[in-house]
Design a protein around this ligand. Structure first.
Ligand SMILES: Nc1ncnc2c1ncn2[C@@H]1O[C@H](COP(=O)(O)OP(=O)(O)OP(=O)(O)O)[C@@H](O)[C@H]1O
Ligand SMILES: [Mg+2]
Length: 265
């Protein structure tokens, strides 16, 4: 893990939609904060799912419309420190998103050194040392905005759904991550297998497929399909707050421990 002062920035990316990026980002963020780490979540997606994980729809739409969101900050190249809000949980803050994020690619287009816009907006937060982790939720695309997210990150977590189509296109995504190594130092921390249903055989199949990707770490922890995840999202709560005994709650806690240990591997 990165040495010295300053936050470790991890993004959740996979251009395959519905692979569990927002769910993993929200719950991992909560579990790290519950373990005493100071965490900042950054909602990088116009779907606002990370924000909705902690606030109800009315509040999220208000934040999306009141100018204090990631879209406004990045498109005007502002210091993101002014855009941080507290969540209801100790040690856990959020920079909300906006539905206008759908236009961010156009905004970036004319900017000089556009790949590094988010990195620059985050610079003072990263360096100040107020957070141990900054977790960024990426949208299911691989355009200029996701390149911005990758360039602002130290590590990448790739959530992959254990389903027949969950692996489709994964090789292309790793090629893409390889191609941009000239401009970013972000390293793949690991693949997180999500929505595992043991009645089906996809988990084993998933491990077999991932074994073919040389040097890609697969987290020991994987996340089972669990209806508590959806109930918790409906209530805008982390799963372990919604139902402490839920299977997925224990798994996200284990994942947080695994990631905290990452540096000592
Ligand atoms: N472990 C789980 N058990 C049950 N449902 C889950 C689980 N993880 C995620 N889901 C559900 O699967 C859907 C997709 O999850 P999520 O939104 O986290 O994926 P995503 O990769 O962020 O999607 P997108 O690409 O659209 O941003 C959501 O409806 C979520 O509630
Ligand atoms: Mg998402």
């Amino acid at each position: 893990m990165k040495d010295g002062r300053g936050a470790v920035t991890i993004c959740f990316t996979n251009n395959k939609g519905g692979s569990g990026k927002s769910t993993s980002c929200a719950n991992l963020g909560y579990e790290l904060s519950a373990a005493g780490k100071r965490v900042l979540l950054v909602d990088g997606d116009m779907q606002l799912n990370l924000s909705l994980s902690f606030f109800d729809e009315e509040k999220v739409l208000d934040m999306a419309g009141n100018g204090k969101n990631l879209y406004e900050a990045v498109s005007n190249r502002r210091d993101l420190q002014e855009y941080v809000i507290s969540t209801p949980y100790e040690n856990l803050d959020l920079i909300p998103s906006s539905i206008l994020m759908s236009q961010i690619e156009y905004k970036l287009f004319s900017m000089i050194q556009r790949e590094f816009t988010l990195k620059k907006c985050l610079k003072s937060i990263t360096e100040k040392g107020d957070y141990d982790y900054i977790l960024i939720d990426a949208p299911p695309t691989l355009g200029a905005w996701v390149i911005n997210i990758l360039c602002a990150s130290d590590y990448i977590i790739v959530p992959v759904e254990a389903s027949p189509w969950g692996f489709f296109g994964l090789a292309n995504m790793f090629d893409f991550l390889n191609d941009i190594q000239d401009i970013t130092d972000a390293a793949v921390m690991g693949v997180l297998i999500t929505k595992v249903d043991e009645r089906k055989n996809y988990y084993k199949q998933a491990r077999d497929i991932l074994d073919h990707f040389d040097r890609i770490h697969v987290f020991d922890t994987f996340i089972h399909v669990d209806s508590a995840v959806e109930w918790a999202q409906d209530a805008s709560k982390p799963v372990s707050v919604y139902k402490r005994t839920a299977r997925s709650a224990g798994e996200f806690k284990k994942l947080a421990e695994e990631i905290s240990r990452y540096g000592s591997r």
